[in-house]
Design a protein. Sequence first.
Lengths: 215, 290, 279
Amino acid sequence: MDVFVDQFDVILRGFWTTIRLTGLSATVALVLGTVLAAMRVAPAPPLRWAGATYVDLVRNTPLTLVFVLVVFGLPELGFQLSFFLRAAIALSIYTAAFVAEALRSGINAVQSGQAEAARAIGMTFGQTLREVVLPQAFRTVIPPLGNILIALTKNSAIAEAFGVVEATGTFDNLIRDYPESFWALFIGTASGYVVIVLAISGVLRVVERRSVVLR
Amino acid sequence: MRAGRFRALVAAAVALPLVLSGCGGDDDDAPTDVAKDTNFEAGTTMAKLNEAGSIKIGVKFDQPGLGYKKPGTDEPEGFDVEMAKIVAAKLGLEPGDIQWVETVSKNREPFLQNGTVDLVLATYSITDKRREVVGQAGPYYVTGQQLLVRKDDSSIKGPDDLGGKKVCSVTGSTSIKTVEEKYKAAPVPFATYTECVQQLLSNAVDAVTTDGSILLGYAAQQPDKLAVVGEPFSEERYGIGFKKGDSAMCTFLSDTIKGAIDDGAWKKAYDDTLGKGGGEATPPTVDPCS
Amino acid sequence: MSTQAVLYDVQGPRARRRTAIGSIIGSFVVAAIVVAVVLRLNARGQFESEKWQPFSDPDIIRALGEGLVATLRVAGTAVLLALLLGTVLAVGRLSDRRLLRTPATWVVELFRAIPLVLLILFFFFRFGVTLGRYGALVAALALYNGAVLAEVFRAGILAVPRGQTEAAQAIGLRKSQVMRLILVPQAVRLMMPAIVAQCVVALKDTALGFIIAYPELLRTGQLIYNGYFNIIPTALVVAAVYVTMNLLLSRLAIVLERRQGRARPVVTLGPAEAPPPTI
């Protein structure tokens, strides 16, 4: 148990990196995912095709492979970024595809009458989306987005094999130095993740309740 | 691929294996003569292996120069592999009788304990902690933690120059901990050393650190771009792992290593593999069996 | 008609022109990005024949094939175990008895919160001697996917229209009979897309075996680029294999669904209801 006394700051630092990585990736993924969802429902066929291809490719590729391509590919394309940023980019690229699909289902879940009415009063595609459909889709979309966010938190653990020392990487390192504290370290690390996940679920439940849409 | 390109491809296909197999062996023969008149005490592990006519040896498959197996081929190559063949020869076994099992660092003790392998030669450093769970004979090679840097980067000559620099090694290795704690480097963990070297070549990290023997393997692959620098700042003594408590085996292995050093087989094994990276080889003094 | 289809009117001539311009610009941008990436990679020598030549080597192809088989083996076993575990946990979650419900809920929530990487490391370090790399990987995958499937099953059962349960109870069926005869058969049809999606997830998750050096497809790729220093080409080739495999699996699911006939799938568990794939 003395591992926690000696290495507490190391463990905390690891979790802080996890939180930062998740936060950054989540933000970028939400933005990118929204753009992709918009592309997928846009009137221009090439945009629809590009969006659909992106989603199909990325959703069917293991995240680890996305990491390999980003971490080793970005330097080849001329971008020298920190490993943290590369991990964030990989996670964002991957998660955005799922965000796009969740948003698209959310859009479809809104009653078509809403969009028809918007069209009837002369709103454009952009206005329809922005003023009528997306706000209503928002409420339906929260549970799936919450799941995606939780998945992102867990997926951040993959960064440990690509140059980022986050919570799982810290675990990997410490169990070799303190093999007798194996269970303590495992339970500690797992609890850390559970806490983060519970926090996210809690926040999302509050948001969901606040965004009840009166019909 | 167009015709002209294809022809170049075929030429490369012919040339490449020759270049790659440079590290390792053109050895269809054993590196030393297979013992014909073995005379082991009944009941010893050596006798059992000799009678069985086969042996399972754990080596690395992903360490160029020490234990590397090109995917799709059957035989690994490297210094550990050559030493393993020498041991097998003393048991009266041909290289073809050896069953090679990929052993990554995490597996070495479990594999010996549950009998997945009979021996382990996988950059296996001798430590007291390990000697509590498995037997280790040797060392058959002594190296130390060193640094691999880009040849055109002259700012790092040794571990003392590492302060604040980004140093890559494998997740959880002792090397990465040492540079972080003792030399204040910024650790960058990756899954394999090759990935570390790739990051070194693309200027994302400043150095790669692990046993000098492993680094020599990479330097040998790209001698114009990479170099091993600095004196070893830790000591790693590679031993042969075997099941704990088998003292007859310990004596046999120690004698085999000493014999190989004396009759030149050790030097030949080294020159064929690690020696190509330009390192100097000093045969180690073998520990007595306790 | 889904909302997606009604977001914009049938287009008049001006709208058509605008869409056409948008299309052209859009295509141009996308094409420009792709071309730029390819050119850049080419300048760095990523398309040199020596980096791609290993893939015409029959040894390498055989090794990739073996890696693929290993991946399928791990995924198959893990999915089967996960289906079993998921059923058990789902029954627990849906039970009327608090004694069953609470532990089942805890187990499910626990395994959905822990990263798969952590689980794999746990099994490998603690039980590596008995399980081996294959066993550790399968155990971690089965536990994790089992928890996710438990949620899918639960959502499926709950998605069967209430009327079915009420009618069954009205004619006097017991709870277990209601489950077995009425709910489960209908739920299975609803859940098929989500279950297949989870199979795809399991297939992709096997790639994490590289952390403990289990020789599945990704690790095989690692071993290849360890020797040839061709990380990008290898990654692209391996990615192509995964994408093909997963697309085929999804197609298979669609075919199966269609085969089951148009027997009144009143609702299907779309991505909004079923917990989406997590990795």
